[in-house]
Ligand binder design. Sequence first.
Ligand SMILES: Cc1cc2nc3c(=O)[nH]c(=O)nc-3n(C[C@H](O)[C@H](O)[C@H](O)COP(=O)(O)O)c2cc1C
Length: 157
Amino acid sequence: MRVVVVVESCFGNTSQVAEAIIEGLRAGGAAVEVVSADSAPPSLAADLVLVGAPTHNMGLPSSASRSQAAQKGGSAPSSGVREWIDRVDSVDGRVIAFSTTTGGLFAGSASKAIVKAFKRHEIRAERGTDFTVMGTPGPLGSGELARAREWGRTLQA
Ligand SMILES: Cc1cc2nc3c(=O)[nH]c(=O)nc-3n(C[C@H](O)[C@H](O)[C@H](O)COP(=O)(O)O)c2cc1C
């Protein structure tokens, strides 16, 4: 199985989750390529395309929210998953979204926003799993990396 993972991250937590998912996928024999959303190509073809981002303001990061992340010590990529989806021509393969969130009732979810954004481009994406961070810079909640590895393993099926 060939997998492409498109990821955005300001403080590194979503990237860590992506790496753990990839470990799980590779343990099952998948060939996995990871690409940063700011340099992802407009057309992708794979058996599985995973798209992950941190939750900002209950949805996908924007240039304004990335600047806010940078003010809090994170990095601010010039563009991310939101802009990549806007310039996507085609994605051939099953698409599954994941995200990191602080959790709770009003946290929102970037994975939900990813599914909606693809829908606007008439591309079907499924909502995968959200992983919990303990605060804006992280760290990830206890056990979340193990859960990400396990999730990666199940995606192999
Ligand atoms: C500007 C900004 C807005 C945020 N808004 C939310 C939010 O609405 N809901 C939430 O769960 N987390 C929110 N967060 C926390 C992020 O989810 C957290 O920083 C992110 O998951 C960490 O992932 P990263 O290390 O990959 O950037 C926000 C963070 C920033 C910087």
